[in-house]
Design a protein around this ligand. Structure first.
Ligand code: HEM
Length: 322
């Protein structure tokens, strides 16, 4: 009898421990988010973000790419906690890799509208994640459901942004940087497909077209001539479409361009030359799967290191901690 009771207590304790362990694992993996998190606390949150993004993108379609990239840069540094939005002299936002980020005003505007309607409810991290989805849809991509419930971080350190993937990273380095965030090789190739929209400054690839040792052999020579006309050597800040011919359309031509050695960044073109990533480039260039799977990889990326529950805060202004 006594040993039966002891067994029951022991079982209860084991069960409690297991539940706690599951909760910890879920938090660490960012599963504290859920689709429709604001459905009762701020029902129009998602539609306000959408209409705000719509109005900016319809007057300037380059905002779509800016916002998509901003979400990536947020998630890869301290998790998707809007740390990239905090202004200041030594913040992520002021660091080199983030200097050309665009679209802060879109997020600030959506936030101001949401604060007027549901004060201190909707996080900047969620606004950015929703806005990234809306940017893809407005560019012709397929929609996906964005789990929400992220809270905003209180820390942003400039030097941490230096760990972001860079344009000269080899595939091995890109794979390591992605796997460190729980993203596999397929996620890497799919998410790099975000370069189907937007532009890059010439400085990020000029050594590929002007090297004194000859041009990069992984670029089509006729494409080198074309890029030289857009990127004169003395104009490093001029910008060129990452997906030649289709800068505003979310489609598969980025992958088609890699296959014909028309990738812009060294890191892009390497996805085709490397044997481990080439099969994915091939697959996404010839099937419609890219658009479906992009949303799935974005949900994975959007769950990196999220803060939920009582962690972090709900900022009242996205550019500053409360
Ligand atoms: C795989 C590693 C990646 C590298 C090395 C990389 C690098 C770059 C670089 C150098 C630029 C040009 C920046 C500038 O001119 O200021 C750029 C632009 C861009 N990146 Fe990436 N990126 C990567 C992954 C991603 C991912 C995962 C996404 C989103 C899912 C993304 C979305 C974009 C977009 C949309 C632009 C255009 C931004 C604009 O037009 O303002 N990139 N990227």
């Amino acid at each position: 009898m006594e040993s039966g009771l002891w067994n029951k207590d022991l079982l209860n304790n084991i069960l409690r421990f297991l539940l706690l362990a599951v909760a910890v694992v879920k938090t660490v993996h960012g599963e504290g988010t859920s689709v429709g998190f604001y459905s009762s606390t701020c029902p129009s949150a998602e539609s306000i973000v959408r209409s705000t993004v719509e109005s900016y993108v319809s007057s300037d379609p380059t905002f779509a790419a800016g916002i998509l990239r901003m979400h990536f840069h947020d998630c890869f540094v301290r998790g998707c906690d809007a740390s990239v939005l905090i202004a200041g002299s030594d913040t992520e936002r002021s660091a080199g890799p983030n200097r050309n980020l665009r679209g802060f005003e879109v997020i600030d505007d959506a936030k101001a509208k949401l604060e007027a309607l549901c004060p201190s409810v909707v996080s900047c991290a969620d606004i950015l994640s929703l806005a990234a989805r809306d940017s893809v849809v407005l560019s012709g991509g397929l929609s996906w459901q964005v789990p929400t419930g992220r809270r905003d971080g209180k820390i942003s350190i400039g030097s941490e942004a230096l760990t972001l993937p860079g344009p000269n990273d080899t595939v091995a380095v890109q794979k390591t940087k992605f796997s460190d965030k729980g993203l596999n090789t397929q996620d890497l190739v799919i998410l790099a497909g975000g370069h189907t929209i937007g532009t890059a400054a010439c400085q990020f690839f000029s050594d590929r077209i002007y090297s004194p040792n000859g041009t990069d052999p992984s670029i089509d020579p006729s494409f080198v001539s074309f890029l030289r006309t857009i990127c004169p050597q003395d104009q490093p800040t001029k910008r060129v479409a990452l997906d030649t011919g289709s800068q505003f359309i979310f489609d598969t031509s980025y992958f088609e361009n890699l296959k014909r050695s028309h990738g812009i960044l060294r890191s892009d073109q390497a996805l085709w030359t490397d044997a481990s990533t080439r099969p994915f480039v091939l697959k996404y260039s010839i099937t419609g799967l890219f658009k479906v799977e992009f949303g799935k990889s974005m949900v994975k990326m959007g769950n990196i290191g999220v803060k939920t529950g009582s962690d972090g805060e709900i900022r009242t202004k996205c550019s500053a901690v409360n």
